[in-house]
Design a binder for this molecule. Structure first.
Ligand code: HEM
Length: 539
């Protein structure tokens, strides 16, 4: 995920290349030893693939300037088959696999056999701490076990009201605007950010960031800054080099200041949580507070206060990093796709209206609303916020394939030897949108495909949540996926029942990709990641 972040920093590119050139001249030996040497012992398998543009950059510039990397991966898969090689920085190579059997094997060996690249790992640790996303092997197993009870169905059922509350706060604000005029144009992306941030704050650690009430928080500022293209050259270089030189994070740049504020504000919230839990232990038992019900509140209780303050802050960071942008981007895409196809928006509204007068319960959201479920999974399939998994082999491995793989010699094989140190990638976006798996309409928003799973065709061979790789798979599969589905469905159900959405220039409005921490949609021509939609109240 973070590796993708590095690839998607947009106009940071200039800073990036200058930085790389400086590294090449001055500190390459250090950089090489630290990040690459132990990852590349034997050469990767001799596969076909696109030609490199230069030894220094490989295809990096080409890929990071592309509006749709998934489409490029798919085109290469068609040309070269289920496994191919992409040239990277400094002559490095990445083996991309797009075969369901190989992909399932790869994910099943995560955290021991396949691990974060060293660069990604240092980056996560420096900026976000040693939480679940950073951990590997036994440490990952322990942390995941400690957090898992907070993600059980029973725990999530109790959190459902948090997401409805966020949706209704949004409704209150929108209704106030609609009182003055019968329809109005609203940047829905900003509101989905507010909903996602406030929800993860309350559900995650019982803290209300208040962004739905217009409060600016250190956390939202830090996220905006990390994803923004509009920051100083120095700040960009510092963030890009910080994994190699953590001391750079101490320089007084504006971005460093924001990262420090983010860490400080999370650490204050963690202190308060720990204090409260200790008080409860001292005998002040009352009604369950939002903090106790929260994910981190449950972690502290379950660990009987044995968990360190540092780990709590790291897990809070993980929840923000993993749960904020992903959910906000998915909800924004849902409103866009439903505006592009008003008849599908109406079909969803009818299902919700015919259901019951009040809001669906958690069980209803999960099992009682088939079209809402279909819309949800179609958005997650078509617009996965995380487009690729990249890992490095921590040990030698043999990847089994369902379809024959053609080597550069022309020979075909049914398995590939992956030497320790080989970088391996799974093109999530390309697999989710591939015509080979999903049929001719794979690139189109067709929720109906989920209503009859017999029509799913080749996609059935893909493992992962409902045959999509949006939540990844294996021991690292998104721990928060049930929360994400609950949040997505509850918020969308309130918005669609109450409002009609239209794109400013009608269904043909052009949507572009905005470079941010994760790629976001934006309406073409807007400054920044804006998605203004015309909304009208449903009477
Ligand atoms: C649509 C929304 C979401 C998507 C598409 C998504 C996707 C993902 C993906 C792809 C990963 C694997 C990352 C990697 O291995 O590099 C992941 C991990 C994770 N996600 Fe999510 N996520 C979403 C929402 C959430 C939410 C709301 C939460 C928490 C409340 C959450 C918590 C986590 C955690 C804790 C991990 C780390 C799991 C581990 O390393 O064992 N996610 N997510």
């Amino acid at each position: 995920m973070i590796t993708n972040h590095i690839h998607q920093l947009g106009t940071l590119e200039v800073a990036y290349y200058v930085t790389l050139a400086a590294l090449a001249l001055k500190v390459l030996p250090f950089f090489w030893r630290r990040f690459f040497s132990s990852e590349k012992k034997l050469p990767p398998p001799p596969l076909q693939g696109p030609a490199s543009e230069s030894w220094l950059f490989g295809l990096h510039q080409y890929i990071s300037n592309s509006p749709d990397v998934g489409a490029m991966h798919e085109q290469w898969a068609e040309e070269y088959g289920p496994a191919f090689i992409i040239p990277g920085l400094f002559g490095s190579k990445k083996v991309m696999i797009r075969d369901p059997k190989a992909v399932a094997h790869f994910y099943s060996k995560e955290t021991y056999g396949y691990v974060q690249t060293r660069l990604a790992k240092v980056f996560i640790e420096t900026l976000f701490g040693r939480g679940l996303l950073w951990a590997e092997g036994d440490s990952h197993k322990r942390q995941r076990k400690a957090l898992s009870p907070a993600f059980s169905n029973a725990a999530i059922r109790r959190l459902t009201s948090v997401f409805y509350d966020s949706a209704y706060k949004t409704k209150e604000a929108w209704d106030a605007r609609l009182e003055a005029e019968s329809d109005t144009v609203i940047d829905v992306q900003a509101w989905m950010n507010h909903i996602a941030l406030d929800s993860i704050g309350i559900a995650g650690f019982g803290h209300d960031f208040g962004s739905l009430n217009g409060t600016q928080s250190a956390v939202s500022n830090a996220f905006n800054s990390l994803g923004s293209e509009d920051v100083s050259y120095l700040s960009n270089i510092v963030v890009l080099l910080s994994p190699a030189f953590p001391a750079l994070l101490k320089l007084p740049t504006s971005r460093n200041e924001m990262i420090r504020n983010l860490k400080k504000s999370l650490s204050d919230i963690a202190d308060e949580l720990l204090k409260r839990t200790r008080q409860e232990k001292g005998g002040e038992v009352g009604a369950e507070t939002a903090q106790e019900k929260s994910i981190i509140g449950m972690l502290i209780k379950a660990e009987n206060n044995g968990v360190s303050q540092e780990e709590i802050v790291a897990q809070m960071n993980v929840l923000l990093l993993a749960g904020y942008e992903t959910t906000s981007i998915s909800l924004t895409w849902a409103l866009i796709e439903l505006s592009r196809q008003p008849e599908k928006q109406e079909r969803l509204r009818n299902e919700l209206a015919s259901f019951r007068a009040d809001d669906p319960s958690w069980d209803d959201l999960m099992n009682g609303l088939p079209y809402l479920d279909a819309v949800t999974h179609e958005i997650l399939r078509l617009h996965p916020p995380v487009g690729e998994t990249t890992r490095v082999a921590a040990e030698d491995d043999i990847l089994p394939f369902a379809k024959p793989v053609t080597l550069s010699s022309g020979e075909t094989v049914s398995s590939l030897v992956i030497p320790k140190g080989t970088v391996v990638g799974v093109p999530i976006r390309a697999m989710n949108r591939s015509e080979a798996f999903w049929g001719e309409d794979a690139k189109t928003f067709v929720p109906e495909r989920w209503l009859d799973e017999d029509k799913m065709g080749g996609a059935k061979d893909i493992s992962g949540h409902k045959h999509i790789l949006t939540f990844s798979d294996g021991p690292r599969i998104c721990l928060g996926r049930a929360i994400a589905l609950t949040e997505f469905k509850s918020v969308l159900s309130v918005l669609i029942r109450n409002y009609r959405f239209e794109l400013p220039e009608g269904p043909k409005t052009i949507i572009e990709r905005h470079r941010s921490i994760l790629p976001r949609p934006k309406v073409a021509g807007q400054q920044g990641a804006l998605v203004p939609l015309r909304i009208q109240r449903v009477e």
